[in-house]
Design a protein around this ligand. Sequence first.
Ligand SMILES: [Zn+2]
Length: 431
Amino acid sequence: MTGAETLPWDEQRALDDASYRTQLSYLFERSAFYRDKLGAAGVDSAAAAGGLDEIAQLPLTDKHELRATHTSDNPVGTHLCATRSEIVRIYSTSGTTGSPSYVPLTAGDLDNWVTGSARSYAASGIAPGQRIVSTYNAGPFVAGAALAAFERIGLCHIPIGTGNTERLLAAIQLLRPDAAVLTPSYAAYLVEAAAERRIDLRHSSVERVLVAGEPGGAEPGLRAQLEEGWGARVTEAMGIGDIGVSLWGECEEQDGMHLGARGFVHAEVIDPQTGASLELEDGVTGELVLTHLRHRAAPLLRFRTRDHVVIRTSPCSCGRTGPRVRCLGRTDDMLIVRGVNVFPSAVREVVSGFAPAVSGHILVKPRADGVKQEPPLPVSVELAEGASADATLAEAIRDRLRSVLVVQTRVELVPWGSLHRSEYKSRLVEH
Ligand SMILES: [Zn+2]
């Protein structure tokens, strides 16, 4: 662990406040997007914007606003600040609307990304000299930058890529890595794939499973299933393409992810409905909002991540300071059933409590388009291998969903193997 990670949080905050004020001056000087946006909000200089104590008075930035400024002359958007010669890398994020968003980085930005990512992954307890097998395709996506973090930590990195299960299982058996990094969906898929091939994953060399790329790695049911299946400790990491790769990483205490990108990124939590800023108190839940503090290529201010998180502020015995987060789901996946917010990942978490009768795979099947749904919400729940449908089980699941999540559902039990398994990221909602 680096000394920077144990700095008392008020000292970090003072450093961040100075970085933020410099970042604001840079935005007013170079960012057409933020000059316009802040000017429209009546803030016409960095001095007028103040410091981190005043940040909640500034407008939020939504991904759609950035996208609206894309042109063929400026495909990045008007938040681009760096000149062509300053940019050393351009990643893309997978846009749901078809056209990608580009994420340019200067050499300094890229170095900060790797530093933050290395801290986040090192928090898992993996140590220099150990071997890690990775399943991310570098490709066009920001995950490629995380791979450089493994070198920075001093690991031996064995890249396998996505969707190559035979090669991955062979590498685990022959090269004996200490850790594997993958999505929680793929980690779950591999437990089944190894069992089918009579490979004893639980007694393999892998002692740490580092999950990232989608929410779910900290759901108690799924985590228990992965720890059991792999015979390994599971910790998670999280980033957001437009801000940085693997910004957050969980330590061996497994009680939320520390901000590995501390000093580079400032975190806030808001009420996703009203946009109101919430105090970073223990147990508060809301949408994570992130601000670059030392970014040059295309810095963002109060960017809405669409990640719905719960905050932990109790001291962590690992010694890392600052608030921790656990991701509960994406606000994009959220449904509102008669006024109640329902995250499909929360449905899965409740259903997983019925293991070993269920497999842990679910599919929420909204009857209407859009976010708002009338009860009962249909949910398919997959039975465990060899289990048969049983009306009392369906009723028990329905009752527990109603008492825990305050949502009325119609639970349909489906046979083992009938819901789709993903070698990358799971879809928990049928669209
Ligand atoms: Zn910790």
